[in-house]
Design a protein around this ligand. Structure first.
Ligand code: SF4
Length: 359
């Protein structure tokens, strides 16, 4: 890296103003809108987020509207964005903002960071973009760009490599003129998302090519270094599908569950068919699975088998018969959504049951 922080900052800002994508959360300094965009963009592609962002803001245009929202409605409107815990945290944080800050988004990085579900990165992004505070926001894109700029060979997600990259980010941010800190935050992320990508970066179009230490050292492909990933865990899940007429038996996950709290799912258990009996379901003798499919999450790959089932004497108390059409309006777990899609023929052919109870 050869240029001064001031030159690097101004070169990047100039490029950003010329080349940035036209995205709906650009050009606003409303902290609520910026916060919603940052939460949606966590681990979800921009192309998926754009239409959902606008629809979400039509439903919940202010932090007060979000705070007043029914959580089940909110989870339904979050469907397709994944990681439903983020939607619950949005609701919790909105309620805290209304209760403790009179509906005004807190301005300081520390107070934003104190809100439920907001980490260092999101707090810094909101503080710099909405309030022009000189606090660098380091997501994966920004870390990669800065690691390459400095040819930082150590891992940059944590430890001394991260500290070195953060120091560089702070020195660059300190050189950004007032009124431009939000643009700088977005420019760094934009550079990582569009040119300085993980594979095949387009260095020939990069505003920092003359100063990039990794480019001059020929190490762009290997920086930042990737920590060795452990192999994903392989697990089995069995789910029971009890159907009567247009009703299916579902259970709701507890509100304090660490995973998908409040979501509805088919009764299920980790393990093989015999383990499904722990849900209290009765299983017809010897039947093979109605469907088998794979479901992958961050560090695990599940093989899911769905079996025909009937409610047993000791069925899980959280189970309820739910009308199939109504079930589609509920927040359903992804495994259950996949299972119902794969068992659609079986569900349609089921016989009515006696004494039905509608949800
Ligand atoms: S020159 Fe290439 S490696 Fe260096 S910051 Fe630009 S895009 Fe990334």
């Amino acid at each position: 890296m050869t240029s001064s922080a001031r030159t690097l900052a101004s070169t990047l800002l100039e490029w950003y103003r010329r080349a940035r994508r036209d995205l709906p959360w650009r050009g606003t300094t409303d902290p609520y809108r910026i916060w919603v965009s940052e939460v949606m963009l966590q681990q979800t592609r921009v192309a998926v987020v754009v239409p959902r962002y606008e629809a979400f803001l039509e439903c919940y245009p202010t932090v007060e509207a979000l705070a007043a929202a029914d959580v089940e409605d909110l989870l339904s409107s979050w469907a397709g964005l994944g990681y439903y815990r983020r939607a619950r945290m949005l609701s919790d944080a909105a309620r805290r903002i209304v209760r403790e800050h009179g509906g005004r988004f807190p301005r300081s990085h520390g107070r934003i960071r104190d809100l439920p579900g907001i980490g260092d990165y999101t707090a810094a992004a909101v503080a710099s973009i909405a309030f022009d505070q000189p606090i660098p926001a380091l997501d994966g894109n920004a870390l990669r760009v800065l690691a390459r700029l400095a040819d930082e060979r150590r891992p940059v997600r944590a430890g001394p490599g991260h500290a070195a990259v953060r120091e560089l980010a702070e020195s660059l941010m300190a050189a950004v003129p007032k009124g431009c800190r939000g643009d700088f935050t977005q420019a760094l992320i934009e550079l990582g998302a569009t040119l300085c990508t993980p594979g095949a970066p387009r260095c020939g179009a990069c505003p920092w090519q003359a100063s990039c230490a990794a480019l001059s050292a020929g190490s762009v492909e290997s920086v930042p270094c990737r920590p060795a990933r452990s192999a994903p865990k392989r697990l089995r899940i069995c789910a029971g599908l009890a159907v009567a007429g247009q009703d299916i038996l579902l259970r709701q996950r507890p509100a304090d569950s660490g995973i998908m709290p409040g979501f509805w799912e088919l009764p299920q258990a980790l393990g093989g068919r015999a383990d499904l009996r722990e849900t209290g379901l009765a299983l017809p003798c010897g039947g093979g699975p109605l469907a088998t499919f794979r479901h992958a999450i961050t560090d695990s790959i599940f093989t899911v088998r769905v079996y025909e089932a009937r409610p047993g004497a000791s069925s899980d108390r959280a189970c309820e018969w739910v009308n199939l059409a109504g079930a589609k309006e509920l927040p359903l777990s992804t495994i259950t959504t996949k299972a119902l899609a794969r068992c659609a023929m079986f569900v349609r052919g089921a016989k009515p049951r006696d004494g039905r109870r509608q949800s």
